[in-house]
Design a protein around this ligand. Structure first.
Ligand code: AMP
Length: 307
């Protein structure tokens, strides 16, 4: 098992979906990622929060063994995002993004983080992603995520990140925005030409597309959930399950590992969307994941189910 180093947003979200709304609930890519990845491997977080960040929100991660020695607390306010979902639960409409203490964050890795073998550059300013990666001695496997906000504001820096990662995980709309491709299949191949050796395109209820130039496409649906309460964080949860599983293998991942990792990510993400914020994910036990994985194998099986 290897430790995973993750950098990404930690913050508070206000979210409105057809199922209701919540104000200033715990969110941020690194929070969802760490909760999911810690099911499989130890996690080290790099990030920054403000004075309004609550102790119970730190404890949620430390209670899972997540190392927060690289989480700075600074004078000012914590990252804040507000978003809404209307009919299309696969695409958030951003209302407000306040970077706050992330605006001038200058990450400094604690010495013991520098030997991390698995590094995930979760959604945050690509400049910060690069600054973190430069401080890791000899990473074995590096992944990244991003979103429309950074594609629009920091495209050059983002393209530089892509040249330095082994795998990129990105949602479907953003994959098309970044490549100009008109579907996920073309976008996956185009993204691989920008640097990474593997691409995972997350498609909400339609699941994922995994692509590697050597082995081609691997495509599966998400676990079927009829009542989606809040899709926020599903992508980050997927990434956490995906990377957590890969780090648990402690070797350079092969394509078959990436396939299994996609399924782990999908299973965990299916819990995130069943409640607001991190609540669904935080309540998940190993038993829940096992049961759901069994149910999923029936969903994708070609056999009749046993009577
Ligand atoms: P997703 O998995 O794509 O639904 O990610 C949702 C999370 O991304 C929310 O909890 C937000 O706090 C976070 N987020 C939204 N905008 C940004 C941004 N520009 N940079 C980093 N994180 C963000």
């Amino acid at each position: 098992m290897s430790e995973i180093l993750v950098v990404g947003s930690l913050g508070y979200d206000s979210i409105e979906t057809p199922a209701g709304k919540v104000d200033r609930t715990l969110g941020g890519a690194a929070n969802y990622f760490s909760l999911a990845a810690s099911h499989f491997s130890p996690v080290r977080v790099v990030g920054v929060v403000g004075e309004d960040y609550q102790e119970k929100d730190r404890e949620l991660l430390t209670s899972r063994g997540v190392d927060l020695s690289g989480l700075e607390k600074k004078h000012g306010k914590t990252f804040y995002w507000s978003g809404a979902y209307t009919k299309d639960m696969n695409e958030a409409i951003t209302r407000v993004t306040e970077l706050n203490v992330f605006g001038d964050f200058n990450p400094k890795l604690p010495a013991h983080y520098k030997n991390s073998k698995f590094v995930f550059l979760a959604n945050i300013d690509p400049v910060i992603q690069l600054q973190v990666l430069e401080q890791v001695d000899q990473p074995m496997y590096v992944g990244s995520d991003t979103m429309n906000f950074w594609i629009q504001s920091k495209l050059l820096e983002l393209k530089k990140v892509l040249t330095k990662v082994n795998v990129v995980l990105i949602n479907e709309g953003e994959s098309m925005m970044l490549t100009g491709a008109s579907n996920a299949i073309a976008a996956a191949a185009a993204l691989c030409k920008m640097g990474p050796q593997a691409v995972v395109i997350k498609r909400g209820e339609y699941g994922f597309v995994l692509y590697t130039p050597a082995d081609g496409y691997f495509i599966l649906p998400a676990f079927p959930i009829s009542e989606v309460i809040d899709p926020t964080g599903a992508g980050d949860t997927f990434a956490g399950g995906f990377f957590g599983y890969l780090a648990s293998l402690n070797r350079v991942p092969q394509t078959k590992d990436l396939k299994q990792a996609c399924i782990k990510g999908s299973m965990l993400a299916s819990f995130t969307i069943q409640d607001f914020g991190v609540n669904g994910l935080a309540a998940v036990t190993k038993g829940h994941v096992q049961d759901r994985t069994q149910a999923y194998s029936r969903v994708i099986s070609l056999e009749d189910s046993a009577k």
